[in-house]
Write a new protein. Structure first.
Length: 265
């Protein structure tokens, strides 16, 4: 009888150990996913300044809000989905593109600014591959807006599943059920831990991550320069024809400010 009792106790311990490993293992994995999510969000925020500055440079060249809005509309882009950070610093060019005429130089300058902005937006939305030091031949992907949004959806699906299928109440009910006499005594006195969806499940349940609450800007994807080159050239020539002096001053300020800053250093 003693051998059977020892065997039963050992079996019970193994069952409880396996159940605890599954219960706590899934919760630990979900905790890690949520921690990774917010770390990735912080990493993505570092890219906001990059494309905001690239946008500021392009918008500086396009002179004013009406022209900027029309520029995007002509390219099939909703201006509402483009960042207009009036306080963003305008990054400089090392030099202006060469052209035989002022209009030609303005066209090339705007095209260059658009190209840099489009690439910054694409990296923010989709990420880019890079090779980490010490991992030659292995490519990694940077954090991206669309990738992080998809990760949030996967996390929330897992939150729903774990909260539904791995509740503390279920775990306690199962463990206490291994001792029928104790379980019956607790049932009689009204142990609240047996109540599904009670305070214990609510207090220990996972909260879904709030992607929208991160406040990350939602930016519309832009076409690569080669697809809109002719449209940009046409618009820029029209702008330069109507406001050549302002267009020239906008271009010149992108290199003059750099020269002034270097002399001041």
């Amino acid at each position: 009888m003693s051998d059977f009792s020892d065997y039963a106790d050992q079996l019970q311990r193994e069952v409880v150990s396996e159940m605890a490993e599954g219960y706590f293992g899934e919760r630990r994995n979900l905790d890690d996913m949520i921690t990774d999510f917010y770390a990735m969000a912080d990493e993505l925020r570092q890219q906001i300044k990059t494309f905001a500055m690239a946008a500021a440079r392009l918008h500086h060249l396009l002179l004013d809000r009406p022209l900027i809005s029309n520029f995007y509309l002509e390219l099939g882009v909703d201006p509402v989905c483009i960042p207009f950070a009036d306080d963003a610093p305008v990054p400089m060019f090392g030099s202006l593109p060469f052209a035989l005429t002022g209009a030609g130089r303005y066209v090339r300058c705007v095209r260059k600014a658009y190209d840099l902005f489009q690439k910054a937006v694409h990296e923010y939305l989709h990420g880019k591959y890079y090779e980490k030091a010490g991992e030659k031949g292995r490519k990694r992907m940077t954090v991206s807006y669309l990738g992080l949004r998809e990760f949030a959806s996967r996390i929330n699906d897992e939150v729903l599943r774990v909260n539904r299928n791995r509740t503390p109440t279920d775990a306690l009910r199962y463990v206490k059920g291994l001792d029928p006499s104790q379980a019956e005594r607790e049932r009689i006195i009204g142990d609240v831990s047996y109540v599904d969806g009670g305070c214990l499940d609510v207090d220990l349940g996972f909260v879904p991550v709030d992607f929208d609450g991160l406040g990350l800007p939602e930016v519309q994807d832009l076409a690569p320069l080669f697809k809109v080159k002719s449209e940009i050239s046409r618009m820029c020539r029209a702008i330069h024809h109507a406001r050549s002096r302002e267009a020239g001053a906008a271009m010149l300020s992108l290199v003059m400010a750099r020269d002034t800053a270097s002399r001041g250093g």
